[in-house]
Design a protein around this ligand. Structure first.
Ligand code: TDX
Length: 330
């Protein structure tokens, strides 16, 4: 696999994977990205990458591009739950129609495809339930975002079975790290505190997420792309379960503020209680292991990155907070 096309490669996790490829392989890399509000050209600065600005749901762009590559890694997606609740349309267009469009091109040109998905397709777990998601957990998505991702996963499986497309799927837990848009939980709270404000916690803060550093997500995707079995799904997670209040308190502590300086705000509609990943299959079959085993250390590195990149996140902060204010969440 010499020539790799990364869709959504200017987004948070997509650009992290492009960095991973640049640093660890000698592949030729093309990024297809629509450059929506969530993408950053800056995240690709200094890399030897061809950036094609275009829409994954546009067959005229996608077909030719896919045909000129050996493999496609498909990150492009609308990914923020809160946005899917206020305007679901773009989630259907990019996540479902975009994936359909790529699958048709992969089928026509017989190109290997890896589809990036989320643990949210499985719905949520009870807080006290010892269970975690596995590859066998039934799909049960809650939000327009997770339903659209679930739909895209089903399309991939159908194209493997019906048309023999050489595809794999990964479903990852919550990512954190550099270049994540300030609408998401961890960067929102870090940048609130850096700006002299307070973290904003939905509901009671009891909801649990399973955190993984984006760099660990990238290394797992590379393993699956190289050695994953066609037609298989692999869950990616780093045993990072924390409730939201614990994460907020840790951010406040690391930034030298009192741990109770946060606000509880209006809860998210349909808010999933808990996600948790059992990544045994990935670890035993492909020998993958995360490098960021210590969440608090990964968080410290991430806080340091946001401190050093204020000019980047400042440009997004005001509009993001204005949108939260209209929903009673600021
Ligand atoms: O200001 C906030 N306050 C708050 O309490 C925000 C933005 C979020 N939250 C809560 C909601 C969730 O319980 O924090 C948790 C994490 O929220 P998000 O960052 O919005 O992530 P989540 O909804 O868990 O979805 C994420 O993980 C799966 C990603 O956004 C998805 O793209 C991914 O598929």
């Amino acid at each position: 696999m010499r020539r790799i096309l990364v869709t959504g490669g200017a987004g948070f996790i997509g650009s992290n994977f492009v960095h991973y490829l640049s640093e660890n392989t000698d592949c030729t890399i093309t990024v297809l990205d629509k450059l929506t509000y969530a993408a950053s050209r800056e995240a690709l600065e200094g890399l030897d990458v061809q950036l094609v600005v275009g829409d994954v749901a546009d067959p005229a762009v996608v077909d030719d591009l896919v045909g000129r590559h050996d493999a496609v890694v498909h990150f492009a997606a609308e990914s923020h739950n809160d946005n899917s609740l206020s305007d679901p349309g773009p989630f259907i267009a990019t996540n479902i129609v975009g994936t359909f469009c790529l699958l048709e091109a992969a089928r026509r040109h017989d190109v290997r495809l890896h589809h990036i998905s989320t643990d949210e397709v499985y719905g949520d777990l009870a807080l006290e339930d010892p269970a975690r998601f596995t590859e066998a957990t039934p799909y049960n998505p809650s939000s327009p975002y997770s339903a659209a991702k679930a739909g895209s996963d089903h399309l991939v499986r159908a194209w493997v079975r019906s048309f023999g497309v050489r595809a794999t799927i990964s479903n990852c837990s919550n990512n954190y790290g550099p270049w994540q848009h300030v609408e998401k939980f961890i960067p929102r709270q870090i940048t609130n505190v850096l700006g002299g404000g307070r973290p904003k916690v939905y509901g009671t803060g009891a909801n649990v997420r399973d955190w993984i550093h984006a760099a660990d997500h990238s290394s797992a995707v590379w393993e699956i792309l190289q050695r994953g079995r066609i037609g298989e799904t692999y869950l990616i997670g780093a045993d990072g379960e924390r409730d939201n209040l614990t994460v907020v308190r840790e951010i406040l502590r690391q930034l030298g503020r009192s741990e109770d300086e946060y606000d509880l705000v209006t809860d998210r509609a349909g808010h999933d209680l808990r996600y948790a990943i059992d990544s045994t299959k990935l670890r035993t079959e492909l020998g993958w292991a995360p490098a960021y085993g210590d969440f608090e250390a990964g968080l410290a590195q991430t806080i340091g990155w946001y401190q050093a990149h204020e000019s980047w996140w400042r440009t997004h902060k005001q509009a993001t907070e204005a949108a939260y204010a209209t929903r009673g969440q600021a």
